[in-house]
Design a binder for this molecule. Structure first.
Ligand code: KIV
Length: 256
């Protein structure tokens, strides 16, 4: 899967599937299932490392997980999140961080949060340096202490601001944009205005693609957002398997 193919999918009206991954085992399964794009999202700070927010994860930790994910992927497009405060200080810091991610892993692109002028300028500089960038606006979890986990873009002014941010990010060269937790009609408006694919999460059905945090989809996360969907209860299946193993060992039924 290439960036060009992703853009063609929007042009052809084919819906894009995106899931997050945090290690080799889960990446192999997601890739083999035919998901178009795999995101090494900084949500792994919460679902794989047990942090309460995405803020504590470091660049070295993201690169460590991205390397593992890349080893499991043959087909999907790979994008890695830039973690909190690894790109906000300066353009130089963002170039250094994104450069490290592309040099040290096999991902094809990076993702960063925000649509304010400084974020747009950062996207433009990364793209000029040859680094493909996926943007992310609406609810941006790295700003949790300012925004909370509330839906964004609810007032006409806030909605218009998000439309303008999306247009500016496309003009800066972003190849795609994640729209998180915004009203469905606003996501539709943005999707219709942009030529790059929009990927929604909690943004209704009218985006060019959808993304979920895989731990939520599989029923592995402790808490999940209201807009997520649990397609399996792996927590239940794993617990049952472990309890059965313990019982069989204690009762001498395993090993035979
Ligand atoms: O970190 C993440 O998993 C994300 C998705 C929610 C888009 O950014």
């Amino acid at each position: 899967m290439t960036l060009q193919q992703l853009r063609q999918m929007k042009q052809q009206g084919r819906t894009i599937t995106v899931l997050t991954a945090w290690d080799y085992a889960i990446a192999r399964l997601i890739d083999a299932a035919g998901v178009d794009l795999i995101l090494i999202g900084d949500s792994l700070a919460m679902v794989a490392l047990g942090h309460r927010t995405t803020l504590p994860i470091t660049l070295d930790e993201m690169i460590h997980h991205a390397k593992a994910v890349c080893r499991g992927v043959e087909r999907s497009l790979l994008v890695c999140d830039l973690p909190f405060m690894s790109y906000q200080e300066s353009i130089q810091q963002a170039l250094h961080t994104a450069g490290r991610v592309l040099k040290e892993t096999n991902v094809q692109a990076v993702k960063l949060e925000g649509g304010h002028p400084a974020a747009v300028e950062t996207v433009a500089h990364l793209v000029q340096a040859g680094i493909p960038v996926m943007a992310h606006i609406g609810l941006t979890p790295q700003s949790v202490h300012r925004l909370g986990y509330r839906q964004q873009g609810k007032t006409p002014e806030a909605a218009e601001r998000l439309v303008q941010e999306a247009i500016a990010l496309e003009a800066a060269g972003a190849f795609s944009i994640v729209l998180e937790h915004i009203p469905a009609d606003l996501a539709l408006q943005i999707t219709q205005k942009l030529t790059i694919p929009t990927i929604g999460i909690g943004a209704g059905p009218y985006c060019d693609g959808q993304v979920l945090v895989t731990a939520d989809l599989l029923g592995l996360s402790e808490r999940q957002p209201p807009f997520s969907k649990r397609y399996a209860d792996l927590q239940g299946i794993v617990t049952q398997a472990i309890q059965t193993y313990c019982t069989e060992v204690k009762e001498g039924k395993f090993p035979l």
